[in-house]
Each structure stands twice: as structure tokens, then as C-alpha cells.
Design a protein around this ligand. Structure first.
Ligand code: CUK
Ligand code: CUA
Length: 621
């Protein structure tokens, strides 16, 4: 569908676009809000429906829903958090790389096997949650997130808001950047950060020149690693272009060093542009080496595949240690932020395919401020870049930055202080071809003095900023404390995701156990207990097994009523299965301590919730 972007003329030109959201929803709520003193809402005396300066109210009254879902990474907590925007209420947490008892994640056989088979680690480091797209728009199917700690990629099913697949990426020690190749999420790319010997099996330990890092192309349906490309230098963040050809990755350490001072010795590093169809052709032609069970294509600068007419990886010189890279909504530019350098580099994607020297595709280098890290978009031709050192978000005009090369025009529109030291920022639907242009969240690493003191470890601060009014400028609306530590986020219109209310038994392998189907099958020291759960009982009042038996319990919540959850908690056995309506989970354990154990339901499901229990009786052998 390359042509869909090329022919994307239905979109208005960048500069003529005006904020489209007219806040009708907020207007409808205004009557109810009128009695709240000091609550001016989004409405004002003008009838253009736009907020006036200082007049932005992000409140979502009790019982009202938010306009957006935001998926924030949880960093080294290994999870994803779901916020509503603009309320910034935390709606849900989705465990990904670590066990989590309230959701029974890692406690039933299916999820604990998934965690075991992807390495068996108890934690991960999630940075970049990216939501799948079709035709450059969110399709509500999946979110993907990397594990920087152990070189993995996970998939979250957005029907159930739960992790349903994790792949341990061969040849990658730390998978940092994560993102989809658009327009239709053909691949999810994992960007390998740490350079390691390949294979990392004890050979070549000391010569850093023999270390490499790779990008991995993962099939979103099968979560299979299709191929990898090895390159020179470390890699960092990544983003895919929207017509399906290019994948961009920033990188540092072009020196191939192992210490910080050596890694900072040259003046430039690379933004790498991977030519995906050219790589696919090389794989097709067998021009790869199989390492760690996957085809690995050599994309280092001196490789044969980079020598010909169509290099598979283009190395673009950018200022030292670039960090974030993101493609503009109209797919014209990839913008890489300087981090150690006050500029961003603007790369013209169309020119990249045409020029001999990829450096000729750099069409702008706006000077933005100290410590530019990540860039988001409003769909009206503006870029918003976090300035880590200045503790600001800078809004700038993309075309003016390109023009500035010739006319020395200042592309900076305005700066707003944030509190403090922002890493990523994200605007509503910024990663799509059509950002909403109203809300932006600055994910600030430090909150310092902004909240009640909770001890030496302070929360971070996710600040909500209204960007929908170019005349009034950016307006800071809300501080939101967050637990360590969100890096990136994706903000998706609420109507693009359709989560289920109850489970569909067709979606999983476990056998549904209905009323009257409870059963205990004993065979050679193996006991299989199948039982339903409902208000206020389990299928069996008691279950008797012998010491040493291997017990499998298959439990179904047979309720049809949304929001009525049960669980199967077994004291002193480290077991808690979460059971949403129509959900079945299985757990296998060895009954090795004789005694009586009250199996109970941990979700407060009814007035007789405390009575909802059953005895596990383990008879001495
Ligand atoms: S990285 Cu953390 S602030 Cu992993 Cu996208 Cu830049
Ligand atoms: Cu079921 Cu509490």
C-alpha cells in the first residue's frame, strides 16, 4: 500500500489545518458542571468552541469517560499503565515481564509458561509501547513493548488488555527501541542496544570491535523473528516510515568503545536508515548468515550489501549521540534529536531514496535548546521536542526549520517549562498519519518538590499540556505522579479500541467447565480437578488429594455479568488465579504438605464473598 501514502491527498496541507476538536462533549457536560464554583470548563464566551488562554479544564466529571486511552510504559517495573486522557486517571495496569498477583499473571500455567519460555526472568524494562496500525491509523488489535533488560518483545492483546506473547529475541541483549513498520504493521522492530559478541558464547570476549548490535524484524501475528540486520555502533531508539520502506534507528558509540569517555570521542554518530524491501530481497537471495536460529544480514558499513547501488543500511552523520527519532505524520521527514547537541536533524525521506550521499538528505538542523530527546506532532506542522537539561518542551515549526537552512528563520514557536527533566513526550495519536493535536503528555523524570514527600524515592511527573490552541500557546493543565518509570507512551482515541466485557472461551485453549461439569480425575499420582466458580461457590466444597500428588486445577468463572470476577487463591501454595466472567485458567502444583487449606476467592464479588471458599485436603502419604 505504498501508493496510499503517496496518494494521501485527502489530508489537508499541514499549515492550513485548524484544531478540529470542538469539545462538544465537554459542552454537553457543562450544564452539570455549572454549579461547580470555579469550574469554567472548556467553554468560554466565544462560540468558536476553542479554549481561551488559561481556560483549559481537563476535568472529566464523575461517571464521564475520557476521550483517549494512553498506554505508558512502566520502565523497570516491567509493566504497562493505562491512563484516561485528559483526566490522567490510571485505569488499569497490564503486567508484561513480571508476575502480578491481582491479575494472576504468572500464576496460572499459561502465563507462567510464557514467562518461563521467554527466559524465565522475573522482571523486564519496558520503554516503548506502540499500538498496531492499519492504513496508518490505530486498529485496536495489539500493543507491543520492548524489554531493554533482557532483549525481548511482548505483545498485548487489546481485546483483553493482557500480554499474550513474548519473544526472546536471539542475538540481542538489550532491546531498546520498539516500533511498527507502517502503514499496516508488517513488522514490529526491536532495536538492539548493547553491542555484544555474536554469537555471545564465550568467544571473542575482549575485542569490542567484534561486538555488534542488530535490529530484529518480528512478525506481529506469529511473534516470530523473521530476520535481523547487524550494524556498526550501538543503537538506541527507532521509528518506521509510513509507506513501508524505511526504518530509522538512532545510535551512539560509533567508536565501538566500552567506556563513556571513549564513546564520546568523535563529533558525530549515525542515524541509520534501513531499506526494508532491500533487506527482504537479501534474505530472499540467501545473503545472510544464520546466527541464533535467525537469518542475520550484514549491514555494517563495509559489507557487500552496502557497497552496491542500493545499500541496505544508509548511515547518516548526525550530531553526537542522537536519542529519539520519529517520523512526521505526513511521512515527509524523520527527525532525530541531538541529546548532547542542541539541534535536531531533519531528514527528507523522499530525498533519502534519491541522493548518493545520505547526508544530502538532511534538510534542517534547528537549534532547539539543551538536551533535546524526543519529538511529537500535532498534525498542524508543529513538532514538540523535550529538552531534558532545560526542563522544557519546545514547540517548533517543521517547515520553518527546513527553510531556515536557507533563510536563517527561527523555527522555534514557543517553550514551556515542565517539572522537571522530561524524557519522552507524546501527543494524541502522534505516531499515526493524523494526530489529534489537542493533548500532549510530557513524561518528566523528576518531580522534586511537586508532590507530598514520600521519602527519598520520589514519583515521576507526567504533565498534561493542552496544545490545541496555537494562539494561546501551550498550557500546562495537570501534574500526575507516576511510579518508576514511564519512558514512552501512545495515546489512542477511545473509539478505536474495543475491549471485551467478558471472555470468549473460543479465544483460549483451556476447557470451559460449566455447572454440573465439575469433575475430579485421578491417575497415577496425577489429579485433575475441574470446577466452575460463581457467586458464591466453587464447583466442589472440598477437594481431597494425597501428599505428593501433582494437582492440576482447571477453574472457570461461569458468570455472564461483566465486572464480576472471582479468583482461586490457595494459601501457602503461592497460587492466585484471576477469573473474569467466562474465563478459564489452569494451575498445576504438587501437594507436598499434608493439611487443610482454605481455597478462597480474592475478588470481593458479593455480600457472601468471604463465604466463597472450598477446602483443599491433603492426606498424608
Ligand atoms: S528512551 Cu527513555 S527517555 Cu528508552 Cu525512548 Cu528516551
Ligand atoms: Cu467470588 Cu469473591
Amino acid at each position: 500500500s505504498e501508493s496510499e501514502i503517496d496518494a494521501g491527498t485527502e489530508r489537508e496541507p499541514l499549515f492550513d489545518r485548524i484544531p478540529r476538536r470542538d469539545f462538544m462533549k465537554a459542552g454537553a457536560a457543562a450544564g452539570a458542571m455549572g454549579s461547580l464554583a470555579g469550574c469554567t470548563g472548556l467553554l468560554n464566551d466565544q462560540d468558536d468552541g476553542l479554549a481561551a488562554a488559561g481556560d483549559v479544564d481537563a476535568s472529566v466529571p464523575p461517571g464521564e469517560h475520557d476521550d483517549y486511552y494512553a498506554f505508558l510504559s512502566g520502565g523497570h517495573s516491567g509493566e504497562i499503565r493505562v491512563y484516561g486522557v485528559p483526566s490522567m486517571r490510571q485505569l488499569m495496569r497490564i503486567p508484561v515481564f513480571g508476575r502480578e498477583s491481582a491479575r494472576g499473571y504468572g500464576y496460572d500455567d499459561r502465563t507462567s509458561e510464557m514467562l518461563d519460555e521467554s527466559g524465565g526472568y522475573s522482571w523486564g524494562d519496558t520503554h516503548h509501547p506502540r499500538v498496531s496500525q492499519t492504513d496508518n491509523d490505530y486498529d485496536g488489535r495489539w500493543a507491543f513493548v520492548n524489554d531493554k533488560a533482557n532483549g525481548r518483545m511482548a505483545r498485548i492483546n487489546l481485546k483483553y488488555f493482557e500480554t499474550d506473547a513474548i519473544v526472546d529475541i536471539p542475538n540481542q541483549q538489550g532491546t531498546h527501541g520498539a516500533c511498527c513498520l507502517l502503514p499496516d504493521t508488517k513488522y514490529v522492530f526491536g532495536v538492539g542496544e548493547f553491542r555484544v559478541p555474536m554469537p555471545n558464547d564465550g568467544q571473542d570476549l575482549t575485542d569490542p570491535d567484534s561486538y555488534t548490535s542488530t535490529i530484529a524484524a518480528i512478525d506481529p501475528e506469529t511473534m516470530n523473528v523473521e530476520w535481523e540486520v547487524l550494524v556498526d555502533g550501538n543503537m538506541d531508539n527507532g521509528d518506521g516510515s509510513k509507506e513501508g520502506r524505511w526504518f530509522f534507528a538512532t545510535g551512539y558509540n560509533s567508536e565501538h568503545a566500552t567506556t563513556e569517555s571513549e564513546m564520546s570521542s568523535t563529533d558525530t554518530d549515525w542515524l541509520k536508515a534501513f531499506d526494508v524491501p532491500a533487506i527482504e530481497e537479501a534474505v530472499e537471495n540467501g545473503q545472510y548468515e544464520e546466527i541464533g536460529g535467525v537469518p542475520v544480514v550484514d549491514g555494517t558499513r563495509d559489507s557487500d550489501l552496502n557497497g552496491g547501488d542500493r545499500p541496505i543500511v544508509r548511515y547518516i552523520d548526525v550530531a553526537k549521540s542522537p536519542h529519539g527519532v520519529s517520523v512526521t505524520p505526513d511521512n515527509q521527514y524523520a527527525i532525530a534529536s541531538g541529546k548532547l547537541d542542541p539541534t535536531a536533524s531533519v531528514i527528507d525521506i523522499e530525498q533519502l531514496a534519491e541522493v548518493d550521499d545520505p547526508n544530502d538528505a538532511i534538510v534542517g538542523r534547528p537549534s532547539l535548546g539543551m538536551g533535546p530527546l524526543h519529538t511529537a506532532y500535532d498534525g498542524r506542522g508543529h513538532a514538540y521536542t523535550t529538552l531534558f537539561i532545560d526542563s522544557q518542551v519546545v514547540k517548533w515549526d517543521i517547515e520553518a526549520a527546513v527553510e531556515a537552512e536557507a533563510q536563517s528563520e527561527d523555527p522555534v514557536v514557543e517553550k514551556i517549562d515542565v517539572h522537571y527533566n522530561p524524557g519522552h513526550l507524546i501527543a494524541a495519536e502522534s505516531y499515526t498519519a493524523d494526530p489529534q493535536g489537542d493533548w500532549l503528555i510530557s513524561l518528566n523524570k523528576l518531580s522534586k518538590d511537586r508532590f507530598l514527600n514520600v521519602g527519598p524515592m520520589k514519583p515521576e511527573n507526567d504533565q498534561l499540556i493542552y496544545i490545541g490552541d496555537d494562539e494561546a500557546g501551550m498550557q500546562l493543565v495537570k501534574d500526575t505522579p507516576s511510579y518508576a518509570e514511564p519512558h514512552d507512551a501512545s495515546i489512542v482515541s477511545a473509539d478505536k479500541i474495543e475491549p471485551a466485557d467478558i471472555y470468549d472461551p473460543e479465544d483460549y485453549d483451556e476447557e470451559f467447565v460449566d455447572h454440573g461439569e465439575s469433575d475430579i480425575v485421578r491417575e497415577d499420582g496425577q489429579v485433575h480437578v475441574k470446577m466452575y466458580s460463581t457467586r458464591n461457590e466453587f464447583g466442589f466444597q472440598e477437594v481431597t488429594v494425597q501428599e505428593g500428588d501433582e494437582v492440576t486445577m482447571t477453574v472457570t468463572n461461569i458468570e455472564q455479568t461483566p465486572d464480576i470476577l472471582h479468583s482461586l487463591a490457595i494459601p501457602e501454595h503461592d497460587i492466585n488465579l484471576k477469573l473474569a466472567p467466562q474465563e478459564t485458567r489452569e494451575v498445576t502444583f504438587t501437594a507436598d504438605e499434608p493439611g487443610v487449606y482454605w481455597m478462597y476467592c480474592a475478588f470481593f464479588c458479593s455480600a457472601l464473598h468471604l463465604e466463597m471458599r472450598s477446602r483443599l485436603i491433603v492426606e498424608p502419604a
